[in-house]
Write a protein that binds this ligand. Structure first.
Ligand code: FES
Ligand code: FES
Length: 175
């Protein structure tokens, strides 16, 4: 079947099997910043935005994305790069596997919450599995990013961050 959607600001017509996941389709298209972790909707490393809603792409049929905006980390506003730098400065980027989904999650959180505190951040990001950082360094980086006025705001999907966010958040990680 063919599926017409908008991927990072560009209209695309893609081929997908009826039950194929959005994760499988995106990776087949070469969008390897979308990571396959558990494949059971439990770790959020495969998160993408569909319109402005964060979804686990492993559990989201590609067919359901028809007519919608799909955003991966490459489509986030460039300001999200400030968060990638804070994560690196805090040593929160180790293998980098969870990085792209974390950036997407923080962007989504900023659309929903105004000035979130540590508890709200922890609650919002609770489902994002990171096997390396222990989360404390991630929290410090996010808090500093927000305290410095970090604002990835605006509508995702324009591709302003290009592939830089993916690169900065995946140092040393093989897709
Ligand atoms: S790979 Fe999709 S939630 Fe873990
Ligand atoms: S930095 Fe390795 S999984 Fe998060």
């Amino acid at each position: 079947m063919t599926v017409e959607l908008e991927l990072n600001g560009r209209r695309r017509t893609i081929l997908a099997e009826p039950q194929e996941s959005l994760l499988d389709v995106l990776r087949r298209l070469g969008v390897t910043s979308v990571r396959r972790g558990c494949d059971t909707a439990s770790c959020n490393t495969c998160s993408v935005l569909v319109d402005d809603r964060l979804v686990p792409s492993c559990a989201f049929p590609a067919a359901r994305a028809a007519g919608h905006r799909v955003t991966t980390v490459e489509g986030l506003p460039a300001a999200i790069l400030d968060l990638a730098r804070e994560l690196t400065a805090e040593g929160a980027e180790q293998c980098g596997f969870c990085g792209p989904a974390l950036l997407l999650s923080v962007h989504a959180m900023q659309q929903e919450l105004t000035r979130p505190g540590a508890d709200e951040i922890n609650h919002y990001l609770a489902g994002n599995l990171c096997r390396c950082s222990g989360y404390a360094a991630q929290l410090r980086a996010i808090e500093r990013y927000l305290a410095r006025g970090g604002r990835s705001g605006g509508q995702a999907g324009g591709g302003e961050a290009g592939s830089s966010a993916a690169r900065e958040s995946e140092a040393g990680e093989a897709p």
